[in-house]
Design a protein around this ligand. Structure first.
Ligand SMILES: NC(=O)c1ccc[n+]([C@@H]2O[C@H](COP(=O)([O-])OP(=O)(O)OC[C@H]3O[C@@H](n4cnc5c(N)ncnc54)[C@H](OP(=O)(O)O)[C@@H]3O)[C@@H](O)[C@H]2O)c1
Length: 318
């Protein structure tokens, strides 16, 4: 008698790998935090408060003194991108060598990928998609690193130590998630032209969406930074002001919305049907929604003249 197998546990497109399960748990945790915050905004514990709020939304309210031990400067965001540029650059190099020279991934990396669910991936039709997604992810990290080091003006705001550790792990796991989508046996050698034969319309669409969202996110980060600089570019304060221009005309957290769009563009580049990547997108959807909602509330509570038509996260909707 054939046993019924849950669609998400088998080898089909809905297979839930250990890595997929991790993204599902993270997405659920942020969805829960978002729902709790929306349904019962008054219900908050200082520890939970510190874990979900950072930067301007952390507030200057009274907190038990011991919690300050866990505060880490928010300007350390740049560490996430340094790790990402180096680690994802290394993974990209491994992938390029595997695709173009047939060099297998290092044994430890193969074992790691097998453990997180890559071993059951069959076929090689995802090679070009995974290659492009890893390139886009790497370029995204380089841009964010440049923004953190040379454009953004950080105040003395802080993030929780756990949040910092999570950020470091995040950029390591995201690269592994991409790499786990290609076969790891090193038998698939492509030489330029044959890899290009995999090119489809969704690769172009994904790339255009990625460029469009990245441009808007960059503009929003520049707008935020310029509010703390004079015309000559000199930093003159670290206060919070009401931002105007670009996607700020529609939402309070356009950089969070652009982040979501960037991850959606990568789902498009994967050909729309990559289940594991959609789980990553759901994590980004809910984590960035929480930040956008908190940002929106911060602006409404601090500025009486805050534009009434502005939504929190998604233009015209929410
Ligand atoms: N993929 C992920 O899981 C993930 C997670 C977190 C963040 N991100 C991305 O990382 C980027 C930065 O996130 P974030 O939460 O740091 O964004 P943010 O709160 O908007 O801060 C960005 C920069 O602007 C400053 N700033 C914020 N609001 C300001 C205002 N009203 N007036 C003047 N300056 C202001 C901040 O200074 P302060 O030092 O005072 O805060 C910081 O330097 C976003 O694009 C986000 O999407 C991604």
């Amino acid at each position: 008698m054939a046993l019924a197998v849950a669609p998400w546990a088998g080898a089909g497109p809905l297979r839930l790998t250990p890595l997929g399960a991790l993204w599902l748990i993270l997405a659920s945790a942020f969805l829960l935090a978002l729902l709790l915050h929306t349904a019962a905004p008054g219900l908050s514990h200082p520890v939970l408060h510190d874990l979900i709020r950072y930067g301007k939304t952390r507030g200057a309210g009274r907190r038990p003194a011991f919690l300050e031990v866990f505060d880490v400067p928010k300007r350390w965001f740049c560490h996430f991108y340094i790790i990402s540029v180096v680690w994802n650059g290394f993974l990209l190099l491994c992938l390029i060598q595997a695709l173009f020279l047939g060099t297998p991934f290092p044994v430890w990396l193969q074992e790691l990928l097998r453990k997180i669910g890559a071993s059951q991936v069959q076929g090689n039709e995802l090679a070009l998609s995974a290659f492009l997604v890893l390139v886009f992810m790497w370029l995204h990290s380089i841009r964010r690193l440049i923004e953190c080091l040379f454009i953004s003006v950080f105040s003395k705001s802080v993030i929780h130590l756990l949040h910092y550790c999570f950020g470091i792990c995040y950029y390591i796991i995201i690269g592994l998630t991409v790499l786990s989508q290609v076969p790891i046996d090193g038998k698939n050698v492509y030489v330029g032209k044959s890899l290009l034969m995999q090119a489809r319309w969704f690769h172009i669409l994904g790339m255009l969406m990625y460029i469009w969202s990245s441009i808007h996110q960059h503009r929003c980060h520049v707008i935020l930074a310029n509010m703390r600089k004079d015309d000559s570019g000199k930093v003159i304060h670290s206060n919070y002001r009401v931002p105007f221009g670009d996607w700020f005309e529609y939402v309070s957290g356009p950089n969070y919305f652009a982040e979501l769009m960037i991850y959606v563009s990568l789902a498009v580049t994967f050909g729309f049907y990559n289940f594991t990547w959609w789980l990553v997108v759901s994590y980004v959807l809910f984590s960035q929604a929480l930040s956008a909602v908190l940002s929106h509330k911060f602006y409404l509570s601090k500025f009486d003249s805050y534009p009434k038509h502005r939504k929190a996260y998604v233009p015209f909707l929410f």
